[in-house]
Design a protein around this ligand. Structure first.
Ligand code: HEM
Length: 533
């Protein structure tokens, strides 16, 4: 409860606090020399009252208005005072275990949606704090519309600075436009070459992993990192191995730090956080990440200045050069590398796992692959890759069941009507992919992995906002075509050389609530070479 209330007030003041912290002492000093104490008080009083109104009273009134407004909305049975908090915080009042909180949050929000499945939205109450969860595609469509670009301050805790994922709307608009050319069709077609090259050597490594249950987590993550580093900063695929390893570890750490910081309101304000042990660790991780990246950038410079290394015509750094300052470039780069390898890796692990459960699907897919890419034909022609329709269906279906990025959080910038319900400006909205992707009104037998949902005829009946693995609206994934191409190249190369068998049941794997959809158990598969290997 206490945690919930602190969380409410902290979240309301955290952004504004920074703005006037510096201003007030300077203002007071400037005027104290000119005025008597009495008149100074008279001047200061309205200012103090103004700040009390803007930063305390107004948010408090807004909060009360929200509580009253959402009181009558549909929701899962809740406790009057604690709301749904005790469903996640099972050992209350003792300090909660972060892992169990994450798992419970994921499971219980899914139950809440199922409870109100015929409604457009449901409300999750964190104590007295309402969070709106859309349940139907219509609600997603209206909420994630073109004006909905403000992210909740939690995104700042990702340690990606002011990069595209976390930036405020004004900066985001400028940067998004600037970065878009990095994902033009021509550029993406060009990336296919080194994707194919990396995937080929990844597939060769798989020969050492055959015949036993393996979770390829580490191998996949380092392979996708190789690819994005090559596209973004021209680091050769087999270069800077140690730095790359450190980088993946730090990104992983950053992800769990985000969750831990979000669950600890005492760490919401930077300078307060630095007084805590966790806070110091959190900032050390961010600094280390920046250091490794700078080291790799130096390596890039070194390589580009050496005669033996051919300059890549337009990497990400060149695109930003002269248009964004040094810190801005670093933020965008960390964002691009973090978002560009972790998500694809998680997506690929689930794709292989799902295929591993369906030998019939694998066989059909294998036949299609042999038709377009027999034997060792290079898999680097985007147009040809996109002709593999069944491959597309298999990947789409895996991203539906196991979307790597499973949640997006927004703060509404204006009132929004969803059917007959008004959602208030300033409300927190949590859009959950697993909820939207398992709506039984759209996807009959939603737990079933069935690529045939995506035949052109069936797909035409699925509303656009019912399928959101890459988000929806203006802040949706800028790299989605890059990601799909990469996933397709991996799947083609792996399936044409190996057959896969998953050893655990999908339903038996608990999921935890992190930035990406992380399984709590390894996604083990047995890899067997095909005869043509
Ligand atoms: C399977 C792989 C991927 C998935 C499932 C995925 C998913 C998403 C989702 C759902 C969002 C929206 C988040 C939100 O609304 O809060 C997003 C944003 C973003 N993604 Fe991806 N992504 C993937 C791959 C990539 C790749 C390969 C890159 C870059 C190379 C990338 C870069 C970004 C960036 C920069 C944003 C922020 C966009 C903005 O706010 O304008 N993503 N991604």
């Amino acid at each position: 409860m206490c945690c919930g209330i602190i969380s409410i007030s902290s979240s309301l003041i955290v952004n504004e606090a920074k703005d006037y912290r510096d201003f007030l002492p300077k203002f007071t000093m400037a005027f104290s020399g000119l005025m008597s104490v009495q008149s100074l008080k008279l001047v200061l009083l309205p200012i103090v009252l103004y700040f009390i109104y803007v930063y305390l009273l107004k948010p408090a009134l807004h909060f009360v208005q929200q509580v009253i407004h959402y009181h009558g909305f549909p929701c899962y049975p809740r406790n009057f005072l604690f709301g749904h908090l005790l469903l996640f915080w099972t050992n209350f009042p003792f300090p909660f275990n972060v892992e169990s909180f994450q798992r419970k949050f994921y499971e219980e929000t899914n139950k809440m949606a199922a409870h109100d499945q015929d409604q457009s939205v449901t409300v999750c109450w964190r104590s007295l704090m309402p969070t709106i969860i859309p349940v139907s595609p219509d609600a997603v469509e209206v909420i994630m519309n073109k004006k909905s670009v403000k992210k909740l301050f939690f995104y700042k805790f990702m340690g990606l600075g002011n990069g595209l994922i976390a930036s405020e709307p004004a900066l985001w608009k400028v940067r998004r436009k600037l970065i878009e050319p990095f994902f033009s069709t021509k550029k993406i077609k060009g990336y296919a070459k080194h994707m194919d090259q990396e995937v080929k050597s990844f597939t060769q490594q798989l020969n050492t992993e055959t015949g036993k249950p393996v979770d390829l987590e580490d191998q996949i993550h380092s392979s996708t990192l190789n690819i994005i580093l090559k596209s973004a900063i021209s680091i050769p695929l087999d270069d800077s191995i140690e730095d790359k390893k450190t980088f993946t570890e730090l990104i992983n750490e950053g992800e769990s730090n985000l969750v831990r910081r979000s669950l600890n309101p005492l760490c919401y304000i930077d300078w307060v956080a630095k007084f805590t042990k966790f806070g110091r660790y959190y900032f050390e991780t961010c600094d280390s990440l920046e250091k490794v990246l700078k080291k790799m950038l130096n390596r890039r410079k070194q390589l580009l200045s050496s005669t033996s290394h051919e300059s890549e015509n337009q990497d990400f750094i060149l695109l930003l050069e002269g248009k964004v300052d040094e810190q801005g470039s670093l933020d965008e780069l960390i964002t691009m590398i973090g978002a560009g390898h972790e998500t694809t890796a998680v997506g690929l692990r689930w794709i292989l796992f799902n295929l591993g459960h369906h030998p019939d699907v694998q066989e059909r897919l294998y036949q299609e692959i042999c038709q377009f890419f027999p034997d060792d034909t290079p898999v680097d022609d985007m147009d040809e890759i996109n002709q593999c329709n069944y491959l597309d269906q298999c990947i789409k279906e895996s991203l539906r069941l196991n979307p790597p990025v499973h949640v997006f959080i927004r703060e509404l910038e204006e009132d929004v009507m969803v059917k007959d319900k008004r959602l208030l400006k300033g409300s927190t909205v949590l859009v959950s992919c697993p909820i939207i992707h398992r709506n039984p009104n759209v996807y009959p037998d939603p737990e079933k992995y069935d690529p045939d949902r995506w035949t052109p005829e069936n797909a035409s009946k699925i509303p656009k906002a019912a399928y959101i693995p890459f988000g929806y609206g203006p802040r949706s994934c800028i790299g989605y075509r890059y990601a799909l191409l990469e996933l397709k190249i991996y799947t083609i190369q792996i399936i044409r050389k190996f057959s896969l068998r998953a050893t655990r049941k999908r339903e038996s794997i608990p999921i935890k609530f992190e930035v990406t959809l992380k399984p709590c158990l390894p996604l083990e598969i047995i890899v067997t070479p095909r005869n043509n290997n």
